[in-house]
Ligand binder design. Structure first.
Ligand SMILES: Nc1ncnc2c1ncn2[C@@H]1O[C@H](COP(=O)(O)OP(=O)(O)OP(=O)(O)O)[C@@H](O)[C@H]1O
Ligand SMILES: [Mg+2]
Length: 354
């Protein structure tokens, strides 16, 4: 990516003094202007710490942070948070309880009174809160409080907005609606965003790029399609796709498993299977499995759940392992049916043991 990136991190690391391992370890990434990055990873992997480094609330011990071409941390440089033009929205809203909605939004604005009032009115309209300006945070719903937090973060006209699990306290309908609105605002105002979420579906749905973190490090950075279709590691595959994993051994052009053989396919050339890596786990996504009733089939249907658009079957393998398969609702297979499994297209991925 060229130097026009809105954000560029190079080998950024931070270790808290009381910890043995770094909270953020050698993170390198670049974000193009206007893009939204979905930051995904398990609890404690360093997502909030990384956002705090970008915003300037923490100082990295190594590496550099560049925002809109300006070095803001590292190599002896330090630009304080208020001069970085970065907005931040937190999971718990962090509103000032003794200030009204309008006063919360206007808090950081250094304009004359009339201009400030006008800005606040624009922001209230933007987040659809017009009419509620004199309420206090405790008089608002969770979704409304989060809209105030969003308006406050947008008030300073940031180039980059950091959203730390902004929707996780909201029920699913409010969450989906507000998520779309946030994205619309970001795209309309050409603001780049980093959106932290625990929810892999959400990250895939909203982001131009997805970063998967593990124990402080970036495990994979790519488009949602790349992350889903070509997970770089077993960790990413498990975290993002919720696929099945079956022990497998390579035999010629086949992967041999307890439920049958599957045709070998080339993964990316960088993943070329080394001869000593011919044992491992085969990733089979639930939606890629085709079930064929067969008296001699190696798996049996244990449960069937109706999910509206599809059925989700739980199958039991000869060794007692559970496998899950999602199928269209046109064909209904009874519990107890023995089935043969095949897999659509190029869907399999192999992760060597070791
Ligand atoms: N101020 C601090 N002092 C010491 N350790 C900290 C501090 N802040 C975070 N940590 C530790 O750093 C690691 C990363 O924490 P962080 O809050 O960045 O994780 P996270 O990915 O945001 O997790 P979650 O999804 O639960 O919010 C954790 O092990 C955490 O305990
Ligand atoms: Mg966090």
């Amino acid at each position: 990516m060229t130097s026009s990136a809105i954000l560029r991190l190079e080998n950024v690391s931070l270790k808290f003094s009381q910890m043995t391992a770094p909270a953020v370890a050698r993170v390198t990434l670049a974000l193009a202007p206007g893009d939204v990055l979905g930051l995904l990873g398990p609890s404690g992997c360093g997502k909030t710490t990384l956002l705090r480094i970008i915003a300037g609330f923490e100082s990295p011990q190594a590496g550099t942070v560049e925002i809109a071409g300006q070095l803001v941390a590292g190599n002896g440089h330090w630009v304080p948070p208020e001069q970085r033009h970065v907005g931040m929205v937190f999971q718990d809203y962090a509103l000032f309880p003794h200030l009204s909605v309008a006063e919360n939004i206007a808090f950081g604005l250094r304009f004359a009174k009339t201009i400030r009032r006008q800005r606040v009115a624009e922001l209230l309209a933007l987040v659809r809160l017009t009419g509620l300006e004199n309420r206090y945070p405790h008089e608002l719903s969770g979704g409304q409080q989060q809209r105030v937090a969003l308006a406050r973060a947008l008030a300073a006209q940031p180039k980059l907005l950091l959203l730390d699990e902004p929707l996780s306290n909201l029920d699913v309908q409010v969450r989906l609606k507000l998520r779309e609105e946030v994205l619309e605002i970001l795209k309309a105002k050409e603001i780049s965003g980093i959106f932290v979420t625990h929810d892999q579906q959400e990250a895939l749905a909203i982001a131009d790029q997805v970063a998967v973190m593990r124990q402080g490090s970036l495990e994979q950075l790519g488009t949602p399609e790349e992350i889903y279709n070509q997970p770089a590691s077993r960790f990413v595959a498990e975290f993002v796709t919720q696929a099945n994993f079956l022990p497998a051994r390579r035999k010629g052009h086949l992967w041999e498993t307890e439920i049958g053989c599957f045709a070998f396919q080339n993964q990316d050339s960088k993943d070329d299977i080394h001869p000593c890596e011919d044992k491992g786990d085969l990733m089979i996504r639930e939606e890629d499995i085709i079930l064929q009733p067969d008296h001699d089939g190696s798996a049996a249907i244990e449960t069937r759940r109706f999910l509206g658009r599809e059925y989700r079957y739980c199958l039991r393998t000869p060794s007692g392992k559970k496998l899950y398969a999602r199928t269209p609702t046109a064909i209904v297979l009874p519990i107890g049916t023995r089935v043969r499994l095949s897999v659509v297209g190029q869907a399999l991925r192999f992760f060597p043991h070791g």
